[in-house]
Design a protein. Sequence first.
Lengths: 181, 265
Amino acid sequence: MTDLKTLVEALIFVSQEPVTMERLQAVLEGVPAADIQSAVDGLVADTGAAGRGIHVIRVGGGWLFATKPDHDREVRKLLQIERKNRLSSAGLETLAAIAYRQPVTQSEVSAIRGVDSTGALKTLLEKKLIKIVGRKKAPGNPLVYRTSDEFLLYLGLNSLDELPSEEEIAKILEEEKAVDA
Amino acid sequence: MPENAAAIPPVEETALPPSAETPDGYQVRLDVFEGPLDLLLFLIRKKKIDIHDIPIAAITRDYLGYLERKTEINLDREAEFLFIAALLIYIKSQMLLPRETDLAEGEDPRRVLVDRLVEYERIKAACSLLREREDVQILQWKRDFIPPLHGESELEPVELSLFDLAESFFLLMKRRAAENTRTIRGRDVSVEVKMKELVGLLQERHMIDFLEYFEAHASLEEALIAFFCILELVKSRVAVAVQDELFRTIRVWLRKDARRTAAHD
């Protein structure tokens, strides 16, 4: 019998999107979920250890291979990407407003930020971090936006439930106030 | 609509961090703020004011103070800042109005603004947490995010053989011969000169359209030399010739690894 761990590794390797437990179960017919889970856990631990340039990470509700952070500089050099493409603060703010208030329209996002967000929305759409999910039944039938699966991947989240919670946000605010005081 | 912070020139050259203080208060560059709510939050924090009990008159004065310092006007952004200024003044006027009965709990005229500020403050705080996540994730390259080494390619490009190129070329020449019966004395062009010109063009434009490039040549001789140059570049793996799909135009570009070396040749 093939080693389940190497089998799972191969499946995750060939996939460009996170491989979910459901997908693994569908492929590995008849293998108990608990066995698959322990194989994946073993794989995550193995690749996470020193001596490997890539590791299996849990993201977007599944598992995916990613390079280790230490190698960022050389990877970018190979790909000829000069600088890290972080989102602008306007972009991140817009993304956060959408993430927490979705589904939302452009004018709702703009109202939260107090700033016209048309341009930021367009950029986020181009980056595929958000998607249009329909139109609102309201005057003008404005487009309605949601965050995409790529958004989860981008921030290393498994689901929207993993967005910073009310408590975490409250903690940050308290810390900021403590600094100001 | 421009939304980037750089759209507004600095109010005070010297006030780079938003907290640089001067005798008459703080000097702030408006462009460090994401918008009017960001500015308001900054003022509220600076004065250590309770967000639920904002002294509207004082805050409005500060707020307008920043707007007045601006030397140039950017209407897009200006309108957003002025809107909140108007809201502040409206709230103040509401508070000044004599009323027959006292306002009930929750009926504070400041409520609309406070709600917005509280929500915005939370989004800002969430942003700092999300930024931390981004900074961790951005270092870990996933295959999904790795861009193709050759840039734009929703279509599956086909790398062409020399024969494909030659076929296209002869087709073109046939077309040209049919429409051009005059004899034109060509300039004397050497392969060497043409090669330099071509590499220069490829470097400048990154990509050329095969057919377009040959059509642009006045004489058959020159076009022929250019064609040899391209064949040579493809053969020596300096350039790639690609066709998106059958019967589409053929594009030529320098291989990325060859770009630097070609520049020295």
